[in-house]
Every structure is written in structure tokens, then in C-alpha cells.
Write a protein that binds this ligand. Sequence first.
Ligand SMILES: *[C@@H]1O[C@H](CO)[C@@H](O)[C@H](O)[C@H]1NC(C)=O
Ligand SMILES: *[C@@H]1O[C@H](CO)[C@@H](O)[C@H](O)[C@H]1NC(C)=O
Length: 993
Amino acid sequence: MAQSTSASMKFLLLVLTILCGTLSLENIKLISCLGHLDHSHDHAGCLDIEREALLKFKQGVTDPSGRLSSWDRGEDCCKWRGITCNNTTGRVVEIKLSNPWPENALSGEINSSLLALKDLNYLELSMNDFGGAQIPDFIASLEKLWCLNLSGLSFGGAIPPSLGNLSRLKYLDLHDVFSLQSNESDLNWLPGLSSLEYLNLGGWDLGKAAENWLQPVNRLPSLLELHLSGCALSNLPQSLPFINFTSLLVLDLSNNGFGAKLPNWLFDLRRLTHLDLHSNYFQALPEAIANLDSLQKLDLSQNNIGGQLPRNLGKLCSLQSLVLSTNNFVGEITDFINSFSNCSNISLETLDLGYNGFTGNLPDSLGYFQSLKYLQLWKNSFQGSIPESIGNLSSIEELNLSYNQMSGDFPRSLGQLKTLRAVDMSENEWEGVITEDHLVNLSSLEEVKIFKNSPNISLFFDISSNWVPPFQLTYIEIRSCKLGPKFPPWLKNQSHLTDVILNNARISDAIPNWFWQLNLSLNKLDVAYNQISGRVPNSFRFNSHATVDLSSNRYEGPLPIWSSNVTMLYLRDNQFSGPIPPNIGELMPSLTDLDISSNSLSGRIPLSIGKHVDLTTLVISNNQLVGEIPHFWDNNPFLYIVDMSNNSLSGTIPRSMGSLMFIEFLILSKNNLSGELPSLRNCTRLFSLDLGDNQLSGNLPTWIGESMASLMILRLRSNFFSGDIPPQICGLSNLHILDLSHNSLSGHIPLCIGNLSGLKSRLTEKDTVTYQGRLQIVAKGRVLEYDSTLYLVNSLDLSDNNLSGEIPLELTSLIQLGTLNLSMNHLTGTIPFKIGNFEWLETLDLSMNNLSGPIPQTMSSLTFLNHLNLSYNNLSGKIPTTTQFQTLDDPSIYQGNTGLCGDPLPKECVGSDQKPDQSPAHDGDGNGGALEKLGLIIGVVVGFFVGFWGVCGTLIVKESWREAYFGFVDTVKNKVMVFFRTMFVKERAPWDY
Ligand SMILES: *[C@@H]1O[C@H](CO)[C@@H](O)[C@H](O)[C@H]1NC(C)=O
Ligand SMILES: *[C@@H]1O[C@H](CO)[C@@H](O)[C@H](O)[C@H]1NC(C)=O
């Protein structure tokens, strides 16, 4: 899982890093309360009273790994593990029971018997499971304490103010004391700790100290380290009358709500070596930062800091770590690099400028930063090629140039980076050829990522088949680069691989046997989008939570099934045949995602799929599956995508599908399902319900409108539904596609149709849900397959039913409609004159009804209209002559309206008879019967294509290529709405051929 390192995972890691920020602070802890006592065992032996106290303490402790077992042996408690005595007095002075391994944690309460240890000066219980309602008060009576470390325990309540009595305390660490019910704490007790050198209250809610938290801190003259990460503080006073804590070396105020400016007093803390302000809301970095010339570590990541970097930042020659990622910095990288030119010695080891707006080419002078170990330049706007001088970075371990606009060849000097362990070159515009020379000395290399999310390939590997690499990779991700046609032979000696992603790499080989025999145990195997043929062995090992993606290849034979461990299995678009193994549920019990669509699978859906209790995604569409849909759906409570479309499933939709409480996409279209719908009333989260192209019958259920408030797509076309359209449907206020066409619905179009407020708003990238599927598109005569990102455009299709009555005026309030199809009904009355309200309408089909009256002039304002069909009604009058209508010049779209005249019809209009158009008119003859018939046929054909393109034409296909259901979308902020091609089953014919 951790290794499925796409950028989204990176983002996740980033988030985790923020969350765990307070833990990682341990790294920059300079001071620790190391014991200053000699651990000599030549001592006086412990006092009875103290031994009793310790034994009583132990009684209250659960000790799963026997860490305190030595406490049962011998009378001399000074020899017990974790206990230190003064060798003169024999009194216990130290208890050190901090715990590095979670499974060894001691738990229970901290017994107040410890009070008997009168000389205890050191108490360290961190990272155990001790807990309670609050930090016990008695600790404040251990008045000789100079070190108290309770970090990582779990106490509720607030920090007891009595701790302020511990006037000898030098070291106080209470960070990450997690509890569900910790109350806001104040800091008024702090000034009592006049000797304090180290203070860490990370993670405590200091809301009660909020306004004045700095004053008590400022009264600690000996303070060297202050850690207040994640303390829910937001007020950072801009000025202080005096500063008392000028001896401060380490200041960590990360993960709070501090905003706007860095305060002036900060720049007077001239001894600071570590400053961590990450994850706040600071907006600017002033020049004064250069005053802090002792700084070794500066972390300003995850703020809102914009503008150029201070010119004098390069004065901080002592910097070892500069982390500025995830801000809005701009400016030329060259200026920044060159600003360090005055340093006699550059000691920078970590430079993280990721996720900013830096620009320019990487300069040659980058090569002077020879101490660099971690160079993170991802997600900026860097251009140009990698400078040859990169080869001088002789300490580099991690290099991340991903998500820039860099281009050109890789320099050969890259191959000299002996220390390079991880490299990420993804999402740039690289060109050229990678040869052995680029890799020749990369003897430390373990992780390689070069991917693009677009299918175009401009980077080629040309590596001789007998080359033996100097590295042992664990992670390789190469996508949209040419590795093939052979499966890379240089992987032959790579026996440490855990993640193999060779996606869209133009491999047309079979995967050779030596690969399967490498004895790997993989987290991820992704060779999708190649032309790999052959069969897949069943004997291959995967780690738990593994992902296997063999989609879009030419694999054949039976479906490969790997025992246990695999959780995501994508085998779509291959030539797998035969049945779905009947025991798939027993063999792969951990599956969460199964996509075996678009193969040649036959037989029935095995009952054992019901045993996949963790299944969230089940996509078995586009196969030749037969039989009934099994009734196991009560067992799969977490399913949110079910797509079984385009098979030959028959029988009814099982009642148990109604128990899929989390289902969001239910796609059963293009099967032979019949009977009435079971109640799906509890499927309240549905975004898309597509049951089109079946033989379902009965009335449209009212629960669709009553309980599916999130529904965006309702597609029931081409079934045998009858009866009225229930007015409850008008309650679907998020609906953007309503397709009830080709049924036997009767009655009027409900007047409340104007309540479908989704059709009054446009979907934008921002406010829609994420859903990824695929779409086949014919372009340039070929069927291309995309995992596409589609933007929905609103569509209402009620065509080919028995609807009667007038077109309700209310319908014209759905002003964001892109497609309106009411053709092939029995609608009467006139075309509403407000039809001009549909400012985005592209497709309008009202053909084959009984509409009468004129074509409203207002239709001239439909500037996006490019597909119109009004044929076979009783419309009359002159066809409008505006520019808009001149482009709709196919006579067939007006055919079969005997009263219509004017261009493009051959029938000219006769003077004043012709309303409402006042323009001069000419007489014209009616058409012969034969011609009229021909017109009907043309009209129907045109109508079909209008309907088809009306939907397709309004979908903007964004070629965000080839990411599966859980693939990466670069839009962390901008979620996008995508949906299955199967939505368009009916329309697929023209795309497929
Ligand atoms: C006590 O420890 C000190 C060092 O801390 C050592 O010099 C001294 O000899 C020890 N005294 C006895 C009595 O063992
Ligand atoms: C041990 O205790 C004696 C007596 O209280 C004290 O003088 C001495 O400093 C202590 N030794 C250490 C190493 O603290």
C-alpha cells in the first residue's frame, strides 16, 4: 500500500506527515534528559519502603511482554530494570520505562505509591499506554524531579497547573498525550518552572491560553527548546515589550493557526538553530529572516507564503535543511541558488522547494551544492533540461523533479550519482533515449519513477539485452515511456522488487518465465496498457493489500486467480475467457476491487462473490455472462460501484440489492433483466442509476424521487416502464441527466418538472464527485480506449413514450439544459415561446409529436443550438431567418409540418398569411407523397444522430488517461465527475464501428 506511490500517495504521505508532525519533531530535539547518574551497581541497596512502592506501582500495570519481570527477582530494587538509585543513599532517583515498541506497551494507571520515592528526580514513562482521566496530581509532589517525560500516554482533562510546583524541572515533555476528552489548558503555571530548558506540549489544546500563551513562555529565561506544535494556537503577538527567552535554540510552532506576518521579535532570537513553522497560514517571508544566521533548519512548508524568496536568504550559510514546499513562492531558481554564492561552505543537505511557483531552468551552479542529499523540486514550473552539473551532487540520495515542464535528454552525468537512492522524474516533457550510460554507476538506486499521465510517448529506453545493472531496485514505475517491445531483460537480476509498474510501455512480449521465477513478493504489479500476450501463471506471490493491474493487454485463457492477499484486481480489456472461477470468493477473500470487464467471460456470476465482504467495486460489464443476478448482496455492505452492464443477465433485479446502503453507482444496463424494480429505497447515496436497455416493467417507483437525493444520473431508457411519470421525480434536485426515453410512459409531463434544479445549474470541475470509468471513442477510424474524465452536461430525454398534453411552461425554467428530447410522443399545443431561455441548449428534438403553431422567434437566441429536429408536427408559419437558423439548413428537420414554409424548405411563404414572421414571403408548392415518406426516414435517421451527438457532443472528453477506478487524479482540489461508457450503451454502436 505504502508503495503504490503515485503522486496521490505522495499527497497522502504529506497529509500524514502533517498529522504526525508532532511526532517527527523528535528529530529536531536537541536536548534530552539523559541520565547524569553513574549506573554503578556498587550501591547501598534499596530501601524497603521504596521497594514496596515500586511493587505497588507494578501491581497496577499490565505488562504483556514482561518488561518488568526483573522486578520479581531479588530484593534490591536498584537492580531492577528501569530503576536507578543513588549509590550513596540507595534511594531510587530514576525511573526510565519509556517504550520504543507499541506491542510492548505497559498499560494501566500510574500508582501514587511512587510518592514514597522521595529522591526521584527522573521519571520517564513515554510511549506506553498508561492513561486516565487526567495527568495524576501527585506527580507535582515529586519535588526533586528535573525530568518528566509522559509523552505519548493518554490522559484526558487539562494539564494540571500543579505541575508549576516542580521548580527544579529542566525537561518537561508532555507531547502527544492523546485523549478523546482533553480540555483546553492554560499556561499560567509555566513561570513556576524557572529552571526549564526543554518544553514540549505538542498536541495539547492550549485554547485557554490562546490570547496570552506567549507571556508565560517569555518568563522562562533558561528555555532552550520550545515545542508547541498542534496546540490550536492562532494568536502570535507581533511585538513583545521585552524578550526573555533569547537563549532559545529550537522553536517549533508548527501546525497551528498562526497567520499573516512573522513577528519581529522572532528575528531577535539570534541563537536559533531550528525554526519550524510548517502548517500555519503565514503569508510572507521578510528579509529579516537572514538575521537568524545560526539557523540550521528552517521549515516553512504548508503555509500561504507568496512572492519571491528574500534575496539575502543565501546568507544563511549554516542551513542544513530548508523546507519551503507547498507555498506560493515564485521567482527564478537561479536567483535562489546563486544567492548562496557568498557562503564559503554550503552545508545544505535538504532542499525542498516542492509545490510552489518557481520558474526557470535549473542552473549549472546547482552542482556547487555538493552536500545535498535530498533535492525536492516537484510541482513547480521549471523548464529546460537537467544541467550536466547534476553529476557533481556526490551525496545526493533523493532527487524529485516530478510535475514540472522540464524537457530534453537526460544528461549522462546522471549515471554517476552513486549515492542516489530514489529518483522521481515523472510528469515532464522529457525526450530522447535512456541508455545504460544513464544508469551505469547508480549502484544505490532503489526507487525509480518516470511516468506521464498522458499516453504520448517521447522517452525511449534503449538498453542492451545482456546489460546487468549495478542496482537492486525495490520500486520501479515507468509509465508512458517506451521499454518494449521486449519485457525489459535487465530486470532479470532484480530480486528485491516490491512494486513493478510498467504501464503503457509498448511491451508486446509475453512476460518471460524468468520474471515469474524471480521469487518476488509484490505489493503492486501493473503492466496495463501494453500488448502483452500469453497466459498468467497462478503461482505468484503478493504481499497483503496487493494491487494487480493487467488491463488492456492481450492476455488469454482462464482468469488468473492468486490466493489471498490481492485486494485490487484489474483485468479488464483482455481476452480472458471461460467462467469466473466459482471459488473466487474463497481464493481471494481480501478483494476490495474487482474489474474484469470487457473480456469474453461466460457462464454465471458465481455465488462466492458474495463472500468478498470487503468488496467496494465490482465491475464485470461487457462480457457474455448469463443467468440471474445472484442474491448475495446483503453480504457486501461496502459496495459502492456495481457495473454488470452489457451482458446477457436475465431474471429480475434481486431484492437484496436494496440493502447496498453505500452504493453510489449501480449500472445494470444492456441486459435482459425483466420484472418490476425491487425497492432501492435504502440506496440513498446513489449518484448514478442506470438500468437502461432491459425489459423492466411496471410503474416508475416513487421512491426514486423520495430517497435518492444525491442522484445525478437516472437512466431508465429502453425498457417497458408504463404509467405516469411520478411527480416525486421532481424532488431529484441534483439530477443532471434524466433519460426515460423508449418506454411506454403516458400521461402529462409533470408540471413540477421545473423543480429539477440540477438542470438549472452547470456542473463544474469543483463541485462534482469523483468517479472514474472508461470510455471508448472512435477517433480517426479507430476505437481508442480512454479512462476519461468527462464533464456532464445537463440532459432531459423523454422521447419515444406515450406522453400527451402540452409541454409545460415550467420546463423552460431548466435553463442550463444542453439536450432536450421530447420526440416521438403525443404532445400537443405550441412550442413554449420561452424556449429561448435555454441559453446552453445544443440539441433540441421535438419531432413526431402533434405540436402546432409557429416556431417561436425566441429560438433565435439559442446560440449554442446545433442539432434541431422539429419534423412531423403540425407547426406552421415561416421558419425564422436569423443567422442561427441559417446554420440549421437541413430541410428534413422541418419535414412533415405542412404549415411550415421558407428556407430551407422548398415551400415558400405567402405574404401576410404566414405568421408570425413578417418578412416577405413567396409561394411554394407542397411536396409529393413519395418525397414526404423519404423525408420521414431522413427525419428519423437525423433524429437518431441528433440524439446521439446531442449527448456525446456535449461531453468534453478530457484525456486524463488510463487511470482506473482508484487511479490518480491530479486534481486533489478539483474533483471531477466521470462516468461509465456504459451510460451510453444505446449510443455505442457508432463509437464501436
Ligand atoms: C558513586 O558513584 C560515583 C560516580 O557517580 C563514584 O565516583 C563513586 O565511587 C560511587 N560511590 C560508591 C560508594 O560506590
Ligand atoms: C547521592 O546522594 C547524596 C546524598 O544525598 C548526594 O550528596 C549525592 O550528590 C548524590 N549523588 C548523586 C550522583 O546525585
